[in-house]
Ligand binder design. Structure first.
Ligand SMILES: Cc1ncc(COP(=O)(O)O)c(C=O)c1O
Length: 450
């Protein structure tokens, strides 16, 4: 490895970071992470902290998951790559598809289409949804509906259904025919409604209204995260996703659950759809499928949708979509080991218990620090703290405030993530009660330092 001075001096000289301005990277040195063990990361200066971010919502089993590491190295020795395009397959990916089928059977999802990550999975589901309708003779169903505040990755399809201008404006024009309805976000919504159940009904009414306006026969799919993540952790009322499912069924619209964050236990249920008792037509997964150790994803497909594709004799069901790394054997080996470990450790239980501890701990911080306007979470290890200039006006805080909290929290023992006015917490699902206390104490120090 190059020495410390070289790394610090050159970080932004020859690389552009995702999700920030190049000029900002040149001005502000990043934290250069050089090692990790368990749920802790270590930086170039040797400072060790609890990773309250869990990589990027993906390192669910922590950084020392030996079975996944061993599966990757063994597979690299045995078969480092082969494609699964027409005519070839590999042993690992066949076994993985069977395992995923069993895992997702309670969600009614019985086929897998493999991808290289979350954005790919979203793109795949959006495309297959249009194709489904074409096979069925409804070629006019091409539009997509989604939630404002939703995050669906950065491909053109995903950005088009995305509900946050930060990921859209610079790249417009996006895909035509994508329409958004208000998110069930009690803290801020156009209805000025703070009751979650009533807000869910208002958002469902807005969905019905948009469908009537667009014409149901023009809409291919509705896509949503079971708990909105990157948009600031927005858990809908329990009636919302089942309500969306019912509206979609009534109008022949497919339901895509974007489970890139929520699949594999993060919400305290094995999937976000299962948390709400919903059976989607597609579920997009990635991230924790390999514990973040290998870029990989899978779109899970409902039995009914699969039947339409598999029984087609017209040729319309030929899939003209896929990635060089679809079904990558090393990713598949990682996913197999990861799934086995996820089940063996029964991570849902710890995610639920530690999630409750973290959520109530952050709520206690709200009682102490006026800069906290809203705290969201309560479903596993997805928690957000929304900062405000003052609670009455709910005005956004000075832009430097979240970063200042983050900096002091980091010095006090925990990495937390800043996204706009939100501090987002999504630690590994295997963290202990003591680790949660470290995150809470570090945040407390961060707020106290303002
Ligand atoms: C819900 C959701 N969908 C899609 C994506 C995109 O995944 P990726 O960054 O792996 O392309 C993300 C990433 O955070 C996500 O949270």
């Amino acid at each position: 490895m190059k020495d410390e001075n070289f790394l610090k001096a050159n970080n932004a000289r020859s690389l552009w970071h995702p999700m920030t301005a190049p000029a900002d990277s040149l001005k502000n040195a990043p934290t250069i992470v050089t090692g990790a063990q368990g749920v802790r990361i270590t930086d170039l200066d040797g400072h060790e902290v609890v990773d309250g971010v869990g990589g990027l919502w993906n390192v669910n089993l922590g950084y020392s998951c030996q079975p996944v590491k061993e599966a990757i190295t063994a597979q690299l020795d045995r078969l480092p790559y082969y494609s699964i395009f027409r005519g070839t397959s590999n042993d690992c990916v066949i076994e993985l598809a069977e395992e995923l089928r069993t895992f997702f059977e309670p969600d009614g999802l019985t086929r897998a289409f493999f991808t290289s990550g979350g954005s790919d999975s979203v793109e795949t589901a959006l495309r297959l949804a249009r194709q489904f309708h074409k096979i069925k003779g409804e070629a006019g169903r091409v539009k997509y509906l989604s939630l404002k505040k939703g995050y669906h990755g950065t491909h053109f399809g995903g950005a088009s259904v995305n509900g946050n201008a930060n990921f859209r404006t610079a790249y417009e024009p996006l895909l035509p025919g994508c329409h958004h309805i208000p998110a069930p976000y009690t803290y801020r919504n156009p209805f000025n409604e703070t009751d979650p159940a009533r807000l869910a009904q208002l958002c469902l009414a807005a969905l019905e209204d948009e469908i009537a306006f667009q014409g149901a026969g023009t809409i291919a799919a509705f896509i949503m995260e079971p708990v909105l993540g990157a948009g600031g952790v927005i858990p809908p009322h329990e009636s919302f996703m089942p309500g969306v499912e019912a509206v979609c069924r009534k109008h022949g619209i497919l339901l895509i659950a974007d489970e890139v964050i929520t699949a594999f236990g993060r919400t305290g249920a094995w999937t976000g759809s299962r948390l709400w008792g919903v059976k989607p037509d597609f579920a997009c997964t990635a991230k924790a499928i390999t514990n973040g150790y290998f870029p990989f994803g899978a779109v899970m497909i409902a039995e009914g949708v699969a039947q339409v594709f598999e029984s087609d004799a017209s040729g319309k069901a030929a899939i003209g979509h896929g990635y060089t790394y679809s079904g990558h054997p090393v990713g598949a080996a990682a996913a197999l080991a990861c799934l086995a470990e996820t089940k063996r450790l029964n991570v849902v239980e710890n995610a639920a218990a530690r999630g409750t501890q973290l959520y109530s701990g952050v709520k206690a911080l709200m009682a102490k620090h006026d800069v906290i306007g809203d705290v969201r979470g309560g479903h596993g290890l997805m928690t957000a703290i929304e900062l405000v200039a003052d609670r009455d006006s709910k005005a956004a805080p000075d832009k430097t405030i979240p970063a200042r909290v983050q900096e002091v929290a980091y010095r006090s023992g925990a990495m937390v993530r800043v996204s706009g006015p939100n501090i987002i917490l999504s630690p590994p699902l295997v963290l202990t009660a003591a680790d949660v206390d470290v995150i809470l104490a570090a945040l407390d120090a961060g707020f106290a330092a303002l």
